[in-house]
Design a protein around this ligand. Sequence first.
Ligand code: 5AD
Ligand code: SF4
Length: 471
Amino acid sequence: MERTQVVVPAGEIQRQRGIITQIAGELSRLDHPPLAMVDTYGCQQNVADSQRLMGMLRDMGCDFTQDPFQADIIVINTCAIRDNAEKKVFGVVGQLVHAKEHNPRQVICLCGCMAQQEIVAKKIRESYRHVDLVFGPQALWKFPELLHEVLENRKRVFSIENVHGSIAEGLPVVRESNVKAWVSIMYGCNNFCSYCIVPYVRGRERSREPGEILAEVRQLVEDGFKEITLLGQNVNSYGKDLLSPMDFADLLAEIDKIPGEYLIRFMTSHPKDAGEKLFDTMARCGHVAKQLHLPVQSGNSRVLRAMNRGYTREQYLEKVRYARRVMPELVLTSDIIIGFPGETEAEAMDTISLIEEVRYDALFTFLYSPRPGTPAAKLPDPASREEKQAWFDRLLEAQNRISGQLHQAYVGRTVRVLVDGESGDPRWPLSSRTHGGRLVHLSGSADLIGKYVDAHVTDSNTWALFGEVRA
Ligand code: 5AD
Ligand code: SF4
């Protein structure tokens, strides 16, 4: 019952396409070819969303620019996960007042996770009057209609309703690479980790139909894409809401049957829902990269409970042990938050002891940032910023040593990599990734981009490997 309401009817998407054509007609009457600028902050889901927005803008006849003074339409796709991400966006949006003075007919749009927050929308409404259109992630598919309203009536439009969210199929897309592609398999999050704003801004979990996902991946493989990353806030919840339930491991196994030379990656996995079935399926499926981003957040079970994560330190470690048993070559990465309210020095050190035990290939590390409206933001937080920074620095020191050691062990080995672009460094002009996702800077010529090659690793540092192509 609820399910059918979640998918945007095809007729609605068709109507948006009609509005795109109408806008294209209007923009073609400008005295110059229309230009759009799309500026993206935050996670891969935002990158994927921006590719859809760019698809719509392209179909409106726009070319793309990075210069706000040249742009007729500016879209800032924002992230709300931490305070510094929000501050940066407010700085960027504030600066746009000059571009708007230069070109008063310019349309400035703010979308993404920040836009979905009442307090942000209020601040934009009151203090950033040069912003014309504000819409949350749930309204992305309605962008043509909202933009048209601004263009036609020259009035400001705010669309931040619909907290549950929907699924829109068949939106146009601009893929910025022809080697790597993002495929969203689900949207939203139901986990409500106590520090996190995402469930409040991206709505409830909703999964795309497997048939839609398989068709998209099949098309990408046919078009020559070599690396496809499945996206979801928590891919392990995939399928729970489908009318004929299917879990993420089953979806991976179905995708794996698509013939061709390509790799499947996915993110993010929540440890509480990642289990033996998933790891066995990964181990068995030849197209699935032996790479797992499994955010632990903390190595202390009391803190994990306060974070509402749904697993203990021991349960997490047991999952890692199992995953490594079935995939000895597994590349494992994680997210860590230091300084959760009430965390003590001993508890922060438990996180360091966990990373020493797991020996992750790489980590994404964050200082806790209070998000208004989340339960954690109301907790007492006695540790000072300086103390937290000192714990954070110790964590980084330990991880840098571990990453350096793990990378050093690649030196002298030959590994299969996908050459995915240019690096900008004349000594190692190509960038590439191992099957496990480690970055390898390579010597060689640009005609190798998009190809799998064997790379002999000659050097390494904390962040990357360096090598040459083996004939
Ligand atoms: N403060 C700091 N880090 C956070 N993350 C999510 N919310 C917060 C917050 N309030 C981190 C988590 C998550 C990653 C995407 O961002 O580690 O896994
Ligand atoms: Fe945030 Fe937790 Fe959902 Fe990840 S799983 S988006 S950390 S609430």
